[in-house]
Design a protein around this ligand. Structure first.
Ligand SMILES: NC(=O)c1ccc[n+]([C@@H]2O[C@H](COP(=O)([O-])OP(=O)(O)OC[C@H]3O[C@@H](n4cnc5c(N)ncnc54)[C@H](OP(=O)(O)O)[C@@H]3O)[C@@H](O)[C@H]2O)c1
Length: 240
């Protein structure tokens, strides 16, 4: 079985056995160097993966109903978040953007078949200009946070019909999902480079190593010149 088939089979079965109804099944999927950097420095766009790994990313997108990134990734990379190098449906694009910094010239406003959902805080002022664009601003109660609180955000996505969500980055977003024990699966592309740059995972407030998110079972295979590592994320009882 090819790597693409193995990953598809695993994800389909994980999504099927996922029981919680208050949030989607969540997969973290991103590329990093061997020293754990997702880019050379914050805000820099760097292509880390080989073409076969890029294609895998598009396949993963097609296997999820939603795809989520942070506003900093929109500002630096201006991604389309569509499925172009695989056959399948485009996932619903979703942006975490507490202060509504989404640029009006963003490629996400020209999505071929979906209105991008921009999750923001209830105190953000939504200008008519922004609201009339090809996206939907969704306000979430701040609950004392200064950025979009993930638990109510995930509940809302589920209520809006998103049963599976791919989180593509960047580092702050990956870190928040891990900190809250909200990611169920991980697919990591390890590019054979050492770049000493901006790390994929920041402080997830682990005081005891036994409380660290644990990947098991582990799967790995070489794809082009990259190594793909994937598995289920398990948390200690306190994170559940
Ligand atoms: N290698 C890869 O696979 C990969 C993938 C994606 C991105 N990247 C790179 O990563 C870099 C961007 O990463 P980043 O860490 O700077 O930013 P990011 O994770 O893309 O976005 C973070 C921003 O999202 C907003 N946000 C709102 N609610 C949030 C929440 N609950 N948790 C986290 N963030 C929330 C915050 O801005 P507000 O306060 O304004 O809302 C926050 O500063 C870029 O250089 C990009 O090229 C690499």
């Amino acid at each position: 079985m090819s790597l693409n088939q193995q990953i598809e089979r695993w994800l389909v079965s994980r999504k099927k056995s996922f029981r919680p109804t208050n949030r989607p099944f969540i997969t973290l999927a991103y590329a990093q160097s061997w020293d754990g950097s997702i880019t050379t420095c914050k805000g820099q766009t760097v292509s880390l993966s080989c073409s076969a790994s890029n294609q895998l990313t598009h396949q993963l997108r097609s296997l999820h109903e939603g795809i989520l990134i942070g506003i900093e990734t929109v500002l630096s990379d201006d991604p389309q978040l569509t499925v172009r190098e695989w056959t399948g449906n485009n996932p619903q694009p979703i942006i975490l953007d507490s202060r509504l910094r989404m640029p009006i010239e963003s490629k996400l406003h020209k999505h071929p078949d979906k209105k991008c959902w921009v999750l923001t805080l209830d105190q953000s002022e939504v200008s008519e200009n922004l609201n009339s664009l090809h996206h939907e601003v969704i306000q979430i109660s701040a609950q004392g946070h200064d950025f979009v609180p993930l638990l109510p955000a995930m509940q809302l996505l589920r209520e809006k019909g998103i049963k599976s969500l791919m989180v593509e980055g960047g580092a702050k977003v990956i870190t928040e999902f891990l900190k809250l024990g909200l990611a169920d699966a991980i697919v990591m592309t390890l590019a054979p480079k050492l770049i000493g740059g901006y790390k994929a995972v920041g402080d997830i407030e682990i005081e005891d190593i036994s409380a660290a998110p644990h990947i098991s079972p582990i799967n790995y295979e070489k794809l082009g010149e990259d190594l793909i590592v994937w598995g289920d994320l398990n948390y200690s009882e306190s994170k559940k």
